[in-house]
Design a protein around this ligand. Structure first.
Ligand SMILES: C[S@@+](CC[C@H](N)C(=O)[O-])C[C@H]1O[C@@H](n2cnc3c(N)ncnc32)[C@H](O)[C@@H]1O
Length: 294
């Protein structure tokens, strides 16, 4: 129990011990981030100024946050934010916690959009993010490629509300259009999209019950469940996407690290060319890129 007149060091040790006893993977990191959040200090500062005292309000706030984490609520939900591509995104139960793995997808799409801008300086490439969740892909693309015009869809209205808040907070709301609906259905038919990115649910339904509690009990099932083999929505989007893509437009689909062969196959079967597997920083297969050549 965190009490008043406790030093930061003692509060950190107490929170770490309780989080460790609850079986969390990185109790000390979590404890330092929670304490840092309460006292507005980085993890390093928390250790450097370990002899400072918590005031009563801080002690109460820390106790509440530790209690939430002890219930296995994901750390980013407890903190209320997650960093993605160097940007801070608000994060809560309305949408999936942003994963750093997805940065591989963002980087590939940014490179393609920047190349398109360099080839045609007069153009403003249009790009779509299907299943935008908290908006990390849509907002990052708009932020990193100022000439890009971005559409983002999701079937979850609460997720779209969070994504719109993130677009506003990061200064790109004027260049991102959010639309509620099924996959690419809400996209306009009179826009030729240079590319479509999607991090859709891809976990096989039968594997959901075996996920760690942070994911299984807290993140929206609608953001996780990809059907029998996990690829139902990826297949459907790959079939639908050519109706929205410009000639030589691209589709970039995130998947689990053991699904790259299956995703390559489903794109090849539908006529996509120049297939390329995109890997994350750990070298794991993370997404497949394909170009639509009518
Ligand atoms: C795995 S989460 C990814 C969210 C975000 N793109 C990210 O990378 O953090 C998948 C998202 O797809 C949305 N989704 C699921 N089925 C959908 C559908 N049929 N049409 C549109 N969006 C859908 C979910 O609501 C969820 O926000």
């Amino acid at each position: 129990m965190v009490t008043t007149n406790t030093t930061w060091a003692l509060a950190l040790a107490d929170a770490t011990a309780r989080l460790a006893a609850a079986g969390l993977d990185e109790p000390e990191v979590d404890a330092a981030l929670l304490l840092g959040h309460v006292v507005s200090a980085s993890r390093t500062m928390v250790r450097l100024f370990a002899d400072r005292l918590l005031d009563p309000a801080q002690a109460t706030a820390l106790e509440r946050l530790v209690a939430r984490r002890l219930r296995r609520e994901p750390l980013p939900y407890v903190l209320g934010y997650q960093e993605f591509m160097g940007l801070r995104f608000a994060c809560d139960q309305r949408a999936l916690v942003p994963r750093w793995d997805t940065e591989a997808l963002a980087e590939r799409a940014i490179a393609a959009l920047r190349a398109a801008c360099a080839r045609r300086p007069e153009e403003q490439p249009c790009v779509a993010d299907i299943g935008t969740g908290s908006g990390i892909l849509a907002v990052t693309l708009a932020h990193e490629v100022p000439r890009a015009r971005v559409w983002a869809t999701d079937r979850s209205a609460p997720a779209l509300a969070l994504a719109a808040e993130n677009a506003a907070a990061l200064g790109v709301a004027a260049r991102v259009i959010f639309a509620e609906g099924h996959l690419a259905g809400p996209l306009p038919r009179d826009v030729a999209f240079a590319g479509i990115v999607a991090n859709l649910p891809y976990i096989p339904s039968g594997e959901l019950s075996g996920l760690q509690p942070e994911v299984r009990d807290w993140e929206p099932t609608s953001a996780l469940d990809g059907g029998a083999d996990g690829l139902d929505l990826l297949r459907e989007l790959a079939t639908a996407a050519p109706a929205y893509l410009s000639p030589r437009g691209w589709l970039l689909l995130e998947h689990a690290d053991d699904q790259s062969d299956a995703v390559r196959d489903l794109l090849a079967e539908r006529g996509y060319a120049d297939l390329e597997v995109v890997r994350d920083l750990a070298g794991r297969d993370r997404a497949v890129w394909g170009v639509w050549r009518p």
